[in-house]
Design a protein around this ligand. Structure first.
Ligand code: C2O
Length: 526
């Protein structure tokens, strides 16, 4: 195993983007930021120096950070922000993970431009477990950009691939298009990252099928598809064979939105470009599922299965020590300074999370009192018909920094239930510090008497972010073997801001080998 060192300088840079010149926050002046390369088993040290006028913190999305929440990154959860002019070294080991993950700012909305890929290769000399080793590889991060045109909250000005909207965007030029050069007959591993702030996305390549081989840095049973679905925070690796008529083919993406909210329908394109083909040829567009194609989405998600081989077993917890049921709700709270006297809010079990002013992990580790409470309810206080007719009563929520305590090494089942408080919507949920198994999913209300019998406990997909379907539920299981304080939140930035988040406190086990490591000396304090 090696030690991989990176220097990340957070700097504001003037760029010309989407036909406008504007300053953006970047790492090393690049957008997307630099790719971090490591191998399974490596130690990674990334020194982040903040030259911008904003507070900063960076999260290594999907890295388990065993006993090492200090390197996880969410501001006020595992650390205080890196202030302007200050540095912090994120120092972590990559244990038992390989594939594509990514990193992003974890404070305010800065992840819009502060993000990049984190590529974990198998150990030296170990091939991928695919029938053919790819000849080439590329990372494609998909973003949505700003909302500067006064559009409704979920709307963006554009989607982009590796920061570029593609030639169909008004005013676009060649330099605003990402192109991947391929050689006829060769195979390519594409590492697709949904770095968008607010959109679940379809992605397809004209004329080419994709073989999905890995999701969220876990190998899956390979399957071939003409389009894929990816939620904010998720990653998907596909193998593409360049075996069509040499030409130029669009790789395109646009949102999947089956909720009655305004549909952000902006398509981003990039180009799969066969070598030797003139760049003047007009590319072909792929057929993408329509924005409300719930059938495609369901069928696609059903195909995602863990590889579950002796080498890569799916260690699904078969028994459950702790059952949790959390409702996801949008609502409104009184707000004296707001135009209508109310403010949109979001909640889990009707609790809107309030960010603390010092890091929760610090408060937990040092036993600092009064920062959080450990009384997050295991189920909603009052049950109701979660997905029935739009619920307009009881839209108010209670507020608090309330966490849930989990015993070390216990097995947890969590059902996340969307509700029709205000409106149904899909929510990509991300748990820090863990992968989990997605054992079940359904539309409507979760039925504790019937639904568990249908759970997949053999080869469910293992991941770190899962979509809770619009007006439906998702069940996940994990073993709480990583002590610390771990954030869980909706990866739609708008919803996170509204309070759709909470955190687990996982106890230490017996002895130092099962306990949170001591904090690093340069941990930023508030
Ligand atoms: Cu990718 Cu808490 O975030």
């Amino acid at each position: 195993a090696a030690v991989k060192k990176y220097q990340f300088d957070v700097v504001v840079k003037n760029v010309s983007r989407l036909c406008h010149a504007k300053p953006i926050v970047t790492v090393n002046g690049r957008y997307p930021g630099p790719t971090v390369h490591a191998r399974e088993g490596d130690r990674v040290i990334i020194n982040v120096t903040n030259h911008a006028q904003y507070n900063m913190s960076i999260h290594w999305h999907g890295v388990k950070q065993l006993r090492n929440g200090w390197a996880d990154g969410p501001a006020y959860i595992t650390q205080c922000p890196i202030q302007s002019g200050k540095s912090y070294s994120y120092d972590f080991n990559i244990t038992g993970q390989r594939g594509t993950l990514w990193w992003h700012a974890h404070i305010l909305w800065l992840r819009a431009t502060v993000h990049g890929a984190l590529v974990i290769m198998p150990p030296l000399g170990v091939p991928y477990p695919f029938p053919n080793q790819p000849h080439g590889e590329a990372e494609l991060s998909i973003e949505n950009q700003g909302n500067t045109l006064g559009l409704p909250p979920n709307m963006s000005d554009a989607h982009t691939i590796n920061g570029k909207p593609g030639p169909l965007f008004p005013c676009s030029q060649d330099k605003h298009t990402y192109a991947l050069d391929v050689e006829w007959g060769k195979t390519y591993l594409l590492r697709i990252i949904n770095a968008a702030l607010n959109d679940e996305l379809f992605f397809a390549i004209a004329g080419h099928n994709m073989t999905v081989v890995e999701i969220d840095a876990v190998y899956c049973k390979p399957f071939t598809t003409d389009a894929l679905l990816i939620a904010p925070g998720q990653t998907t690796n596909v193998i593409v064979r360049a075996n069509r008529a040499p030409g130029r083919y669009f790789m395109a993406t646009r949102p999947f939105m089956d909720a009655p909210v305004p549909v952000d329908n902006k398509t981003a394109t990039s180009i799969l470009q066969y070598k030797g083909v003139p760049t003047t040829i007009l590319p072909l567009l792929p057929r993408l599922p329509t924005p409300n194609d719930t059938d495609f989405a369901g069928a696609y998600l059903d195909k995602l299965r863990s590889l579950n081989t002796p080498q890569f077993p799916a260690n699904v917890p078969l028994t459950v020590d702790r059952r949790l049921f959390y409702t996801i709700g949008l609502g409104m709270n009184p707000c004296a300074s707001c135009v209508n006297g109310t403010r949109l809010t979001a909640s889990l079990n009707n609790i809107t999370f309030v960010m603390p002013t010092i890091g929760l992990l610090q408060a937990h580790y040092f036993g600092i009192k009064g920062v959080f409470r450990l009384d997050f309810p295991d189920k909603p206080v009052t049950a109701f018909n979660y997905t029935g007719a739009p619920l307009t009563a009881n839209l108010g929520t209670s507020k608090g920094t309330r966490l849930s305590k989990v015993a070390f090494n216990s097995t947890v089942e969590l059902v996340l239930q969307d509700t029709n408080l205000l409106t149904v919507e899909s929510h990509p949920f991300h748990l820090h510090g863990y992968n989990f198994f997605v054992v079940g999913r359904g539309i409507g209300n979760f039925d504790p008497a019937k639904d568990p019998a249908k759970f997949n406990l053999v080869d469910p997909p293992e991941r770190n972010t899962v979509g809770v379907p619009t007006g439906g539920w998702t069940a996940i299981r994990f073993r709480a073997d990583n002590p610390g304080v771990w954030f869980m939140h909706c990866h739609l930035e708008l919803h996170t801001t509204w309070g759709l988040k909470m955190a687990f406190v996982v106890d230490n086990g017996d002895g130092p080998e099962q306990s949170v490591l001591p904090p690093p000396k340069d941990l930023p304090l508030c």
